[in-house]
Design a protein around this ligand. Structure first.
Ligand code: FDA
Length: 410
């Protein structure tokens, strides 16, 4: 049986990087992955241009998990600057987009080549495609049984990622191995994922599909009814979930776009969202100003402050069933300040109650995973299973949208 110092299971972002570094530091490393195509998530990331980090990638408040500060040790030891240096050394040109997001100028294939090159220089042995069958502890390390035979390793690094996009190779192997060695797993759930609504509730808004508007979104202060999930890593506490100023995209089934994806990581079933469709502007003042000398109908005046289709649909829904039903057709000049204030308040705190998410098929990442309380934050070694390490998305650390998840993987 071939013996290695380190066996890394999963040749995605975290596994490729880890194997290369360990190999270049002199360890005999084997890297195992069951997928036919290498590092498919890196390849498709960032629309094919890999948003490989964020200039703010070392900020631990950009990551969520049961222990929000767990990531700080790793991020201090290896922050975005270190990865950017590597990218530069490899002659990969990149550019900064929205909010510090760094993308390759050309193709994410350049990042994959850089990581593969790192493994080659470290003399990493490849086993791929190769499916691990069982991992057992032996006196001097571990034995990994695979469909290509057994191998022995003193240390095993689990880098099998999360559950999103199963069709490109995501599995729950990492969580199963954690449980096998007695480690707690925070129930995995789709994150950075579009939110869905009850079809009847959403029906009026479905017609807005494709419309994108700037907004500010947060988890509403009061739960919408149900008490939320009982998983370990209890429901997002609204006071802890930040507000996101981003674009919101209406879809046939609900809400997507950066605003919905960001808040989805914090949202739990049973919670409502509060959406400021005025995106932080003083809508009341704008409506009162619009009233001066205006002969416009209210719905027409509102449409000067936001997309017309949204103004009409939203106003119709807001007025439906209220005694102000005819207000939309009245001239704004005839509407009292109290009603305009109520309207402005409702638009800046539009309360919606998602009934779910688009699930693993559409989730960009997995929240939850191997509990950080089980891992040493400086080494990622399982404190109760010496020699066993967990890195990347399989761990209960989830980054915001915008390059944070790759930074965590590196
Ligand atoms: P990753 O998923 O990269 O790798 C896991 C590896 O383990 C895979 O190669 C898989 O085949 C292997 N594996 C799984 N089960 C196995 C088993 N049973 N046996 C053997 N091998 C197994 N993030 C970001 O920061 N910027 C971005 O631009 C994007 N864009 C993006 C787009 C899309 C469409 C998705 C789905 C995701 C992103 N992400 C992202 C998230 C990012 O891709 C993700 O967080 C990292 O790839 C996680 O790296 P890991 O190495 O932990 O898992």
């Amino acid at each position: 049986m071939t013996r290695f110092d380190v066996a890394v299971i999963g040749a995605g972002a975290a596994g490729l990087f880890c194997a290369g570094v360990a190999g270049r530091r002199g360890a005999r490393v084997v890297l195992i992955d069951h997928a036919e195509r290498l590092a498919e998530k890196i390849r498709i990331s960032g629309g094919g241009r890999c948003n490989f980090t964020n200039v703010d990638g070392a900020r631990d408040d950009r990551y969520l998990g049961e222990q929000p500060r767990f990531a700080r040790h790793a991020l201090r030891a290896f922050g975005p600057d270190r990865f950017i240096t590597l990218v530069r050394e490899h002659g990969i040109t990149y550019h900064e987009k929205h909010r510090g997001q760094l993308f390759c100028d050309h193709s994410s294939a350049a990042i994959i080549s850089m990581l593969v090159d790192g493994c080659e220089r470290g003399g990493v042995a490849w086993r791929r495609p190769c499916t691990p069958r069982a991992l057992r502890r032996e006196a001097d390390g571990f034995v990994l049984a695979t469909d290509a035979g057994e191998l022995a390793a003193s240390h095993v690094v689990i880098a099998t990622g999360g559950l999103s996009i199963p069709k490109i190779g995501a599995t729950d192997l990492g969580y199963r191995l954690a449980r096998q060695f007695g480690l707690a797993v925070v129930e995995p759930r789709p994150a950075l994922v579009p939110l869905t609504f009850d079809a009847a509730v959403w029906q009026p808004f479905a017609a807005l599909s494709g419309l994108s508007v700037p907004c500010q979104v947060r988890v509403a202060a009061e739960p919408a009814g149900a008490s939320g999930s009982a998983d370990r890593g209890d429901p997002a506490r609204p006071e802890k979930a930040p507000a996101f100023d981003e674009d919101l995209l209406f879809t046939h089934r609900g809400l997507s776009g950066p605003a919905a994806l960001q808040i989805s990581s914090y949202w739990r079933p049973g919670q409502a969202l509060s959406i400021d469709l005025a995106a932080g502007e003083d809508l009341e003042a704008a409506l009162i100003a619009a009233r001066e000398g205006s002969r416009q109908r209210l719905d027409v005046a509102l449409a000067t402050l936001m997309p017309r289709r949204l103004a009409e649909t939203w106003l119709t829904q807001w007025l439906a069933g209220s005694d102000r039903g005819a207000m939309a057709a009245r001239r704004i000049a005839e509407i009292g300040s109290a009603d305009l204030r109520r309207l402005a308040q409702a638009l800046s705190a539009w309360r919606v109650e998602p009934d779910g998410t688009e699930g693993w098929r559409k989730a960009e990442v997995t929240a939850g995973g191997v509990a950080t309380s089980e891992l040493d934050p400086r080494t990622m070694q399982a404190t109760r299973a010496p020699g066993l390490y967990f890195i990347g998305e399989v761990v209960d650390v989830t980054g915001w949208l915008g390059g944070y998840n790759f930074q965590w993987a590196w």
